[in-house]
Design a protein around this ligand. Structure first.
Ligand SMILES: CC(C)(COP(=O)(O)OP(=O)(O)OC[C@H]1O[C@@H](n2cnc3c(N)ncnc32)[C@H](O)[C@@H]1OP(=O)(O)O)[C@@H](O)C(=O)NCCC(=O)NCCS
Length: 280
């Protein structure tokens, strides 16, 4: 295995991954962020170079000091040869099995290898499959008018408490810290009411996905989420990021919204494999 740290090789890798979109979405997003200042402190591992068959991105060891933090310890994966990927995950130092972490990607083999690893290494696994939606040009998304006094803005540190309280996976020191890092480092968008109070929001993650979408229950159905998502997506699209996000199979409401709005559904599910003793 190799840690790819040379900037020109990382740019070359980004170009190669871009040609394999959408299957490479999560790894490509991570590499884009690495190549643009690396705000989350991630690094790239390949089985070999330049003819790599498997790629993993992960936080640098010195960046995430808390081994129990499966929010910050997020890996992205892509392979061209499943056997090579399996070998990279199981038989090298690419994955730190002493940590609690998440590994994700839009290929079935990612789940299969995590399942195998859980059995062989006797580590826990909670895996969830998500539908990935993409949009090729967010400028074409419907434009909705906000009610008078409501404004579009970007998230800041003062918003993190509410985000964490309302997030389905929130409510811990680690989730709060994770959301704070997203807000600090990545594109975000939100809607504020006439008093400047936060009512709807979304934010990009270290893998370039748009997520954590939420509207306060009393304000739903007024297209605030649509306005926030469009604003974030246009900023990210202008910066060259592919626009994508994951929706849980069980979240029928959100799936219907995405499909009505013209997002394209990927045939491959995104598998988020959490190697930690939690159910998410
Ligand atoms: C999903 C969620 C963010 C949508 O927020 P929102 O501000 O209500 O979204 P919008 O108003 O932009 O869109 C809601 C759509 O559902 C429709 N809708 C129908 N009945 C509705 C109801 N009772 N309440 C809300 N929306 C309703 C709206 O008309 C709209 O559809 P349209 O665009 O075709 O007109 C919000 O419901 C939420 O926070 N849910 C919990 C967290 C969640 O599931 N997040 C998404 C994770 S992927």
């Amino acid at each position: 295995m190799l840690i790819l740290s040379c900037p020109s090789k990382l740019r070359l890798l980004e170009g190669i991954l871009r040609k394999c979109l959408p299957q490479t979405l999560v790894v490509h997003g991570a590499v884009m962020n690495i190549n643009r200042g690396n705000p989350a402190g991630h690094e790239v591992i390949v089985d070999s170079w330049p003819n790599f068959k498997a790629v993993l991105t992960r936080p640098q060891r010195e960046v995430v000091s808390d081994d129990s933090d499966f929010y910050a310890n997020v890996y992205a994966a892509f392979y061209q040869d499943l056997a090579v990927y399996q070998n990279l995950v199981l038989n090298t130092d690419a994955v730190n099995w002493l940590q609690r972490f998440r590994i994700q990607g839009n290929q079935d083999g990612i789940y299969r290898v995590s399942k195998l690893a859980a059995a062989i290494k006797n580590v826990p696994l909670s895996a969830t499959s998500y539908i990935t939606y993409t949009h090729s040009d967010p400028n074409k998304l419907n434009e909705y008018q906000l009610d008078p006094g409501f404004t579009v803005s970007t998230l800041n540190a003062s918003h993190v408490d509410l985000m964490d309280e309302t997030w389905a996976y929130g409510g811990s020191e680690q989730s709060h810290r994770y959301l704070a890092s997203l807000v600090q480092h990545f594109f975000s968008s939100c809607i504020l009411d006439p008093n400047g109070q936060l009512i709807s929001w979304c934010v990009m993650d270290p893998l370039g996905a748009t997520g954590v979408g939420y509207t306060l229950p009393t304000h739903r159905g007024k297209h605030y989420a649509a306005v926030a998502a469009r604003a974030l997506s246009i900023r990210a699209h202008t910066a060259g990021y592919p626009i994508y996000g994951h929706v849980a199979l069980s979240n029928v409401h959100m799936r219907e919204i995405q499909e009505r709005r013209g997002y394209q559904k990927l045939p491959e599910l995104c598998h988020i494999c959490t190697h930690a003793d939690v159910q998410i």
